[in-house]
Unconditional design. Sequence first.
Length: 871
Amino acid sequence: SAIYLKDYKVPEFLIDKTELTFDLDETQTIVTSRLHLRRNPESNSATAPLVLDGGEDVKLIGVAIDTYELPKEEYSLVNDKLIITATPNEFILTCETLIEPQNNTKLEGLYRSSSMFCTQCEAEGFRHITYYLDRPDVMSVFTTTIIGDESKYPVMLSNGNEIERGKTEEGKTFVTWNDPFPKPAYLFALVAGDLNVINDTFVTMSGREVALQIYTEPHNIDKVDFAMDSLKRSMKWDEEVYGREYDLDIFMIVAVDDFNMGAMENKGLNIFNSSCLLASPKTTTDDAYLRVEAVVAHEYFHNWSGNRVTCRDWFQLSLKEGFTVFRDQSFSADTHSSVVKRVEDVSFLKTAQFAEDAGPMAHPIRPASFIEISNFYTLTIYEKGSEVVRMIHTLLGEEGFRKGSDLYFERHDGQAVTCDDFVAAMEDANDVDLSQFKRWYSQAGTPRVTVTDEYDEASKTYRLHMSQMTPPTPGQPTKLSLHIPVKVGLVSANNEPLSFVYEGNTHDETVLHLKDAEQTFVFENVTEQPVPSLLREFSAPVKLNYDYSTEQLLQLMSGDADGFNRWSASQQLAVNELNQLIVQYQAGQTLSEETQLLKGFATLLSDKTLDPAMVALILALPSQAYMSELAEEIDPHGIKAARKHLRELIAKGLEQEFKVAYETNTTDGPYEATAEQIAKRSLKNAALAYWVAAGSDEAASVAVRQYRNADNMTDQFAALSIIVNFDLPEADELLNAFYEQWKHEALVVIKWLMLSAAREQENGLANVKSLMEHPNFDIKNPNKLRAVIGGLGQNTQAFHNLDGSGYAFLADQIILMNKRNPQIASRLCTPLTRWQRMEPELSGLMKAQLERIAGEDLSKDVYEVVSKSLA
Ligand code: ARG
Ligand code: ZN
């Protein structure tokens, strides 16, 4: 059953200190907690019972108040809660529990990953360790003692500083850690194992030296230098851009193989999915390098936006996640090319978050209710949440935003607060009113902004008429008008920026404030009929609709001063052409042999002044997923056919140009994950894909040669993907060779699984099934499961099979994982939640599988997604 934001109540008790002892063992781990409890002075009740959260997997051995051991009659266990009705106002509760980390397949709480113990406590994992007030507004100072067999667990870590170490009477080792900063239980962490470490230091802006450590299993310790470097750069950036200094004397990161999500910002002891931490030229692609850098930064930035200032309740999740994503995106933009980064982030948002916002799970960035909070670690909370923070940044400007964030951190340091508190700090520091803007926090759905214009030659006046509309979403049939910042510029016929007078001032570019359902903006002194460049830098997460002609789009694509809108124009042009091709395909007509993109791409490829990474992004056709998001009714086979046709037209039309681009964008010298090298490799490999698509033997042999000669994973894997996707004769041989070469590198095996599962071939589904029987597959490892199921999702032929076998197979996996790992099972449901948008035949097949899943005894996680999808 659902819980509601409006029902929030302060906790009845506070826990000033938490003392934990873990006696680690292969078969049972004993956890002893000593909680220094007192009644919350802010509570209305002086007699409310103490209700502690627990889990079905936690076995209570004993509980005592101060020195009084409670007999069974004096407490009760109901629905995994430990309830004690009569307590003093201030006391120490001692509690002993038994857990079995080795049998924990849900990967929340304390669990085993290969040979180590590790934890994941966000959002509500701590209750699977011991009984506790497992809510983020209960903040406590933690002291943790870990007892273990030193030969198996020479490294035993927890939050804060190591304060004691020694031997127990039985000859085991114990280590005690203390974290002086009060924190909610979701930030607790413990790691124990036979790990290697690299050490470094960082001197903070006030001159304190911080020890930096990254731990991995021994065979991976050679792959953490890039993460360490990223960490130091993140620490410096947060000081320079936000004035935020690290607070403890030590900062540790640990890589684990089995992890449900990307990484976790536990105080002083971040735990990472190894896919987001390890990097080496031979095993890691450029994309993965950039992801490591971004995730290291993200988790580090949480130390202030999340840990020092945390969330009052889980409805406020975007308070820390939206803000921290905005911070990590800004860091990456400052480190590499800001336009390239913006295009990548927006492209992801428009593909995946817009789809979520248009589906049955649509929710505002601050949801009003949920059944299972794990289901709300969503693209909406993270990516749209970041866009909302970015809009505040746009409205206040760099300096105003900094004043606001300074006030926020100063005012709320050490507190658990709300999104309202964040916005209030921004308002108070800048003396502005964001009350209408705040509707972005409570309204779901992607707003539509429709724009028309008119130019009056005689008065040199240009008018933009804008209207906004947010479509209904589940539980929100009607919507209010939002405050939407629309950044605009005007472009002249010969591709120059056109200045204009708006509200009395002359500009090349300005931010319009669209606040009403309909509004007209008047520009004076406009010397000629302009082409409007709208929503520059994607200044708001909306769907913009302006009826651009092909000529206008080609012009913006080559001439707009805003790099982001050059990309946007090229995408729109390609979307228009793909849509025509889809219509022709569906009508059984021959597909058009003409494309306006040739002109635009030819100009692009000959312009030596452009950033190659930008050129590569513009060359990338709108993805299958993005075209699906845009479709009224999704026809995966039609989209696939249209994309293939358009790609071949472009490839044949510009074959020579692609060959030249391939040859001129080779990098020399050893591999480096620098913006410059990454840019060149991305264009080189994009050009190679088109060149091969043109069908020449020369291109095919170049691809095979690149595969064989590559000294880095980016080039090797790009070549292999091309060979497999275009089904070149070497495909089978090289896919096998690749596996043999890399079978001992788990992260490369994951790439191989994904590419193999996505391979479109006659017996595609049978192939996917056999991958799940492969000796190197492991269903307990979320990365491997996601690789195979994710690959299947991209395999149009196998997944959207007209006999429904692809959907049935996915449903089988969801049912299998439902109890084992509910968080993962629930995420596997995503493709099926789109059933209402699919063309009728596929829609019915998807719905039938959802109904089959609904007939099972479901975890809360899967139940919420499936029941909302069928509602
Ligand atoms: N707070 C983590 C982050 O940095 C995500 C952890 C979420 N984990 C989960 N099991 N829901 O984004
Ligand atoms: Zn986060």
